[in-house]
Every structure is written in C-alpha cells, then in structure tokens.
Design a binder for this molecule. Structure first.
Ligand SMILES: O=P(O)(O)OC[C@H]1O[C@](O)(COP(=O)(O)O)[C@@H](O)[C@@H]1O
Ligand SMILES: [Mg+2]
Ligand SMILES: [Mg+2]
Length: 284
C-alpha cells in the first residue's frame, strides 16, 4: 500500500506542474459520462496511467476518463479507480481542483475498498489518505516532499458549513426545505463546485454537510460511485462522520453495475446527517 501512496505523491507533483504550465483548453473528445474532456483531464489521466504501470501491486486501473477497465499486472492485487482531475472546469478560473483514488481489493464495490486518497491542488498541494481502521492522515507538500500535518483527522459532532450541490431549480421540495432550514439555523454556504476542495474544507474546518442529491434532471445524482463517492465515503467514515445515499444506505455498501454509475450522496458530521435523515423521512 505504501508504494501506491508514494506513487500518488509523485503523481501529485506532476499533475500540479501540468496545471500550472499547460494549455487550459478543451480537447476534441468526450469522456464516458458524455462530458467534454479538457486537455488537462487527458494529460492527468496519462500521468496516472504511466505512474501505475511500474507498480506491480496494481492489477487494473479504472479511470473517469476511460470507458472500461485497463488491465496492468496479471499478478497484481488491487484495482485503482481514479478521477484524474476533479473539478477540472474550475482550472481556467484558477480555483482549486483535485485528484481522487479508490483502492479496491477484489471486485470494485464499496465493501472491497481498502484505502483511499485525494490530492488538492490549491495554493499548496495537499494529500489526505486513509486505510481501514485508522483515522485519515493529512499531508502538505513543501520543498518537494509531503510532510505530515495531522495523523488523525477527526470531524466534530456538528459543523457550520453547508455545501449544497446540483441545480437548485431541479431539487425536490423536501431537499430545498432541508437546505433552507440549515441556513436558517446559521450554516454558512461554502460551495466552489469542486468536490475535492469542498469536502476537504468541511473535513478540516470541523464539519458540516456536502450534498449532491438526485434531481429532476439527474435522478441518480452526478457524482460517480467508484472514483468520487466511495473513496470520500471511506474518508468521512474513518474521520468519524457519515456518508449515505437518499435512502439512508451507507455509501460504502454501494455495488456499481457499471464503472461510471453515479449515486445521490451526502457526506457530513453526525448532527447534519441525522438532520438530513429526519428531513428525508429515513428511519435509523
Ligand atoms: O456544478 P455542479 O452540478 O454542482 O457539480 C459539481 C460537481 O461536479 C464535479 O465537478 C464533477 O467532477 P469532474 O470535474 O471530475 O467531472 C465535482 O467536483 C463537483 O462536486
Ligand atoms: Mg470529479
Ligand atoms: Mg474529473
């Protein structure tokens, strides 16, 4: 596992360099979710694929930017599912973006995730990583190395931040009422449109809620299970928070039928997730 995490550190420096120096425009192609690919999406995907080619532990790769499974090493143990550049459309307005990695032992599904990590490319490069049974660890790059900032990231029981995703026009009434109630209770809006920096902020500022519900235009949500939803669900649970879908099921129990399947998702500290369950009529 250490080799995989060290590879992610190397990848982080390379992608950061690409973000800072390369063309921010669109490529000529679309990804499997029908989204136009930026040149930076393609480049980041290439950097990650090349990096894991020399890691024999990795059996297969599944990327947000590719349709199917890419076999790497027959005798490998893990499948690494990744979002090479999350929030990539924010790079041209110079907001923070990220990379997300889920490491699965066996068939890629929630219960087989054994470790996850994400990288934030902001004013600094940071990495959050987690393995089963331990609190997430937070690293920050300085002088070409990643230094440990916190060896135990823990969410408070209740936070102050609210990050409501999706187009409001397409929210259902009970979701809209719930979001309004949080603001009426004093929660502050923190939503940049990048899942990585938005969830990172909630995690490090002690708590709150990030939601991306099913909407009238996207009934199954937008965020992808294997490389966005499950890796973050793992990190939030390991930090003492909760991560559920619209029916109250733990996101860690998701079993994607297709690598690019999405799910409505809610990540937060305990108070906000319990409030959400009440608003959605979910019984514990
Ligand atoms: O603009 P919306 O609908 O709120 O969606 C924002 C979400 O979409 C994403 O940008 C999707 O990720 P990609 O950039 O990897 O496609 C998330 O980072 C973010 O949480
Ligand atoms: Mg993404
Ligand atoms: Mg992406």
């Amino acid at each position: 596992m250490l080799t995989i995490f060290e590879t992610i550190e190397m990848i982080a420096f390379k992608i950061d360099h690409a973000i800072k120096t390369e063309d921010l425009g669109y490529s000529q192609s679309e990804n499997s979710s029908g989204e136009d690919q930026l040149k930076l999406d393609v480049k980041s995907d290439y950097i990650i694929e090349e990096a894991f080619r020399s890691v024999s532990l990795v059996k297969d790769l599944i990327s947000e930017e590719k349709e199917g499974v890419m076999p790497l090493h027959n005798d490998g143990k893990y499948t690494v599912c990744y979002d090479p550049l999350d929030g990539s459309s924010l790079a041209d307005v110079n907001l923070s973006v990220g990379s997300i990695f889920g490491i699965y032992d066996g068939e890629p599904k929630g219960e087989n995730l054994v470790a996850s990590a994400y990288v934030v490319y902001g004013p600094r490069i940071e990495i959050m990583r987690a393995v089963k049974g331990e609190r997430p660890k937070h690293y920050r790059a300085q002088d070409g190395f990643f230094n440990l900032v916190s060896k135990e990231v823990v969410l408070k029981e209740k936070g102050k931040l609210n990050a409501p995703g999706g187009t409001q026009q397409n929210w259902c009434d009970y979701h809209k009422n719930f979001v309004d109630d949080l603001f009426a209770e004093g929660y502050r809006l923190r939503y940049s449109g990048g899942m990585v920096p938005d969830l990172h902020q909630i995690l490090l500022k002690g708590g709150g809620l990030f939601s991306y519900p099913g909407t009238s235009d996207k009934p199954h949500g937008k965020l992808r299970q294997l490389f966005e939803v499950i890796p973050f669900a793992f990190i939030y649970e390991q930090a003492g928070g909760q991560a559920i879908d619209a029916k109250g099921k733990r996101l860690m129990e998701l079993v994607p039928a297709h690598p690019h399947d999405t799910s409505p998702c809610f990540f937060g500290s305990n108070y906000e997730i319990e409030a959400l369950k009440k608003a959605y009529g979910i019984k514990n």
